[in-house]
Design a protein around this ligand. Structure first.
Ligand code: TXA
Ligand code: MG
Length: 333
C-alpha cells in the first residue's frame, strides 16, 4: 500500500484537520502510506514524512525546494527510539534527559542499526534527533510508529511557519494534510547541539537558551558565534547565511523609522501605526520569540520594500532571535 497516498496527492490547497484524535489518526495513516503531513510542534510547524522511506523523504525536499545536501531532523517519541538511531555520549544523554521532550535537537553519530534513510541524513554519518513536547506531535509520532523526518514546513529559505495558515500559503499545494494545532507556543526553532567528537557545540541557537544548556553541562559551549570556531566547522547547512528571509529588505538595529518603511519594533521605540508591529511592548523575549515569524510575514504582506528592525537584547532567547534576523537580513543568493 506504500504508494497509495503518494500517488493520490493532488495539486491545490491541502486538506486541513484539527490536531485532535481523529486528525492524528488520519495523519498517521497518510504518513505510513508515504504521504506528507504538516503538523504543529512547540517550536514551528514541521513538514513530516516517514524518515525510513527514501521516496517519502524525497517528496519533502521537493515540496520545500530544499537542496538535498541539507539534512533533516528525525523526530521520535521516546529516548529509547532516539538511541536506536544515534549513539549518545554521556553529554548527549545528559542533555536529552534535561531537555526532552522539548525544543532541543541533538546531532550524534549514526547508530549501526539506524533505520532513518540516507536521504534524510543527506548522506552524513551523523543524525539530528529531537523529541518535541507538543502533545499532538508526540501522539502523531507514536501513531505513525516510526521516526518522522520533519523540517520546518516552509519553502526553503523563507520564514518558518508558526500557524497552519502559514503552511497553507507556502506549500499547501504540495502536501497531503495540514494538522491544525493553532499557533506554536514558542515560535522559534529548536536549539541544535552537536555531540560528535570533542565537547558539545552549539550549531544553531534556538528555543532553549545557551545559558540553560551550559548550566546543565557545567561548562561553556563552543559555538559558531564564538570566535574560536570557523564557519566551516558548523556542519549544519541550515546555518547558511541567507535564510528565514521575507521578501522585503531588513534594516537591523534601527532606532528610528524612515519614511516608507515598515517597522518591527521591540519595547515601543517606533511610533505606533498600521505599518508597525511591536514584538513585545514590555520587552519580554519569550513574547518576542512567539511573535517574530508571524510579524515578519504580516509586515512583508504590507508590501514595503524595507522593514526597519529595532535593537533586541542578545541574552536568553535574544541570541536566537538576533540570529534569525541577521540571516533574514543577509544578502540573498
Ligand atoms: O524546531 C525545529 O527544529 C523544527 C521543528 C519542525 O522540529 N525543525 C526545523 O528543521 O527547524 P529544519 O530542517 O528547518 O532545520 C534543521 C536544521 C538544518 O539547519 C539542518 O542543516 C540541521 O538541522 N541538521 C539536520 N541534520 C543534521 C546533521 N546530521 N548534522 C548537522 N546539522 C543537521
Ligand atoms: Mg527551517
Amino acid at each position: 500500500m506504500k504508494n497509495d497516498v503518494a500517488a493520490t496527492a493532488h495539486a491545490g490547497a491541502a486538506r486541513r484537520m484539527a490536531a485532535d484524535a481523529a486528525g492524528v489518526a488520519e495523519a498517521a495513516r497518510i504518513l505510513r502510506g508515504g504521504g506528507l503531513v504538516a503538523f504543529p510542534t512547540e517550536t514551528v510547524y514541521g513538514l513530516g514524512a516517514d524518515a525510513t522511506s527514501e521516496a517519502a523523504v524525497a517528496r519533502v525536499y521537493r515540496a520545500k525546494g530544499r537542496p538535498a545536501f541539507n539534512p533533516l531532523i528525525a523526530h521520535v517519541a521516546t529516548l529509547a527510539a532516539a538511541q536506536e538511531q544515534g549513539i549518545f555520549s554521556s553529554e548527549a544523554a545528559l542533555l536529552a534527559k534535561s531537555f526532552w521532550p522539548g525544543p532541543l535537537t541533538l546531532v550524534v553519530p549514526l547508530a549501526a542499526q539506524a533505520t532513518v534513510c540516507a536521504l534524510a541524513r543527506a548522506g552524513q554519518d551523523t543524525i539530528a534527533l529531537r523529541i518535541p513536547s507538543h502533545p499532538a506531535a508526540l501522539a502523531l509520532i507514536a501513531a505513525a510508529g516510526r521516526p518522522l523526518a520533519a523540517p520546518s514546513a516552509n519553502r526553503s529559505g523563507r520564514v518558518s511557519p508558526v500557524a497552519a495558515a502559514h503552511v497553507a500559503q507556502d506549500i499547501g499545494g504540495e502536501i497531503d494534510l495540514i494538522l491544525d494545532g493553532g499557533p506554536c507556543s514558542l515560535g522559534l526553532e529548536s536549539t541544535i547541539i552537536g555531540c560528535l567528537e570533542g565537547p558539545p557545540r552549539l550549531l544553531r541557537p534556538g528555543g532553549i537558551p545557551r545559558a540553560a544548556i551550559e548550566a546543565a553541562l557545567g561548562f561553556s559551549l563552543a559555538g559558531p558565534w564564538q570566535e574560536s570556531c570557523s564557519p566551516e566547522d558548523i556542519r549544519s547547512p541550515g546555518a547558511l547565511a541567507s535564510h528565514y528571509a521575507p521578501r522585503a529588505r531588513l534594516r537591523l538595529e534601527a532606532t528610528t523609522l524612515d519614511a516608507g518603511e515598515a517597522g518591527l519594533d521591540f519595547g515601543g521605540r517606533f511610533p505606533a501605526g498600521a505599518n508597525v508591529r511591536d514584538l513585545s511592548p514590555s520587552r519580554d523575549l519569550s513574547e518576542a520569540a512567539a511573535n517574530l515569524f508571524a510579524f515578519l510575514r504580516e509586515l512583508d504582506a504590507l508590501g514595503a520594500s524595507c522593514i526597519a528592525v529595532a535593537p533586541i537584547p542578545g541574552e536568553g532567547l535574544g541570541e536566537a532571535i538576533n540570529d534569525r534576523l541577521k540571516r533574514a537580513a543577509a544578502p540573498r543568493a
